[in-house]
Design a protein around this ligand. Structure first.
Ligand code: B12
Ligand code: SF4
Ligand code: SF4
Length: 302
């Protein structure tokens, strides 16, 4: 990839990282669907969090003690000896949102019972693109002499079935995005970002000094209409297995639908080996942006 136009990492490291991530997605052949050559993702959003942000310690309560802080990840990856001088305050988390294109969202929006072809292809090839982006960000930082690690690609990454929180991992990328000012959680569990909930995301830990992105929210559910004002629940209406209720998201019925039903459906209909669904992420007010309450809708005047 060309360095042309890249902002100096010494003077403006935030812009340098952002431009590189955006350039990778805009120019990369890897961001194309084999189906028709269409783009998988639109222009990404990028944010940064400090390694010593107290939110990462709070995740030990919110998620579980098994969820590692950025410093714990670096110590695991480098070994206690190599990481002995490293402090949490030296670390940063780089996080990005990869918004799914309108063409794919529109196709999935029309579905009521199962995932669409483009959504399934996005789950498979879009995650391949996301993996390549994680590797790209790590190698571009290492090439400049910085430490860099993608927890999701680490051999220490694991998903657990926790008795309290259900399925979870020891590095939740959505929580990395929340810390980096990129979005808040919806009733469906999906992270709602300024570019909506129909997205995939990624994150890398580094010691490149980057200014943290402000979090323009106070609570974990601020962008969700249900959490904010009470009504909505359109994601619940979209879920073919009733996995979303006023109490939130039932990961067990969601997961068994994805793994048992959708994996078979996708293989039979689209001939690829992947599961997918995302019906709760399309055809909803938070699909492509932060939803606004329509205060002046006709019903308010009755
Ligand atoms: C395990 C997993 C699953 C499991 C469990 C999902 C879950 N809710 O955790 C299953 C198999 C069900 C699943 C399904 C899907 N997944 Co999935 N999955 C993951 C994975 C690997 C780990 C998730 C994790 O660690 N969760 C941790 C738990 C604790 O999170 P949680 O329960 O949602 O968190 C709640 C609490 O923390 C709570 N909370 C309570 N108090 C507080 C206080 C504070 C301060 C905060 C911040 C939060 C908070 O808020 C959250 C929401 O309720 C991630 C990749 C990754 N490494 O992050 C992808 C990931 C979450 N999946 C993703 C996607 C796209 C999907 C599917 C749409 C499948 C598809 N592609 O078609 C569905 C959607 C399900 C849904 N409604 O969200 C995306 C999310 C995109 C988005 N917009 O949110 C991710 C991030 C993958 C990626 N890299 O893009 N997934
Ligand atoms: S559809 Fe409505 S209730 Fe569901 S996450 Fe989006 S804003 Fe919240
Ligand atoms: S991904 Fe599908 S099954 Fe899971 S909660 Fe969303 S709509 Fe329901």
């Amino acid at each position: 990839m060309s360095d042309k136009g890249a902002t100096s990492k010494e003077g403006h490291p935030e812009q340098w990282v952002e431009e590189r991530i955006k350039g990778f997605i805009a120019g990369g052949e890897v961001n194309r669907l084999g189906l028709d050559g269409g783009m998988i993702y639109d222009d990404p959003l990028v944010g940064f969090a400090r390694g010593d942000d107290p939110i990462f310690r709070r995740y030990k309560q919110v998620i579980g003690r098994f969820h590692y802080t950025p410093l714990e990840w670096m110590k695991l990856a480098l070994g206690e000896k190599l990481a002995s001088g490293l402090r949490a305050r030296d670390l940063r988390v780089i996080a990005w949102v990869l918004p799914i294109t309108e063409t794919t969202r529109k196709e999935n929006r029309l579905e009521k019972k199962a995932t669409s072809r483009r959504w399934a292809h996005t789950r498979l090839y879009g995650e391949e693109c996301n993996q390549r982006l994680r590797s790209y960000v790590v190698s571009m930082l290492e090439a400049e002499g910085y430490l860099a690690l993608s927890p999701f690609q680490s051999r220490f990454f694991a998903t657990v079935k926790d008795s309290r929180i259900g399925y979870a991992s020891n590095w939740s990328e959505r929580h990395a995005l929340y810390a980096a000012g990129l979005g808040t959680f919806g009733l469906s569990d999906g992270l709602i970002t300024p570019k909506g909930k129909a997205m995939r995301c990624g994150s890398v830990i580094t010691n490149l000094p980057l200014k943290p992105t402000p979090r323009p929210y106070r609570g974990a559910g601020d962008y969700c209409l249900f959490h904010r004002e009470g009504p909505c629940m359109e994601c619940a209406d979209r879920c073919p297995v009733g996995a979303i209720t006023k109490k939130g998201h039932d990961k067990y019925s969601c997961r068994s639908f994805l793994f048992d039903k959708m994996a078979t459906h996708v293989k039979k209909m689209y001939d690829i080996d992947i599961y997918g669904c995302g019906l709760c992420q399309t055809g909803v007010p938070c699909e492509s942006g932060i939803p606004v309450q329509e205060v002046f809708s006709p019903s308010s005047f009755r």
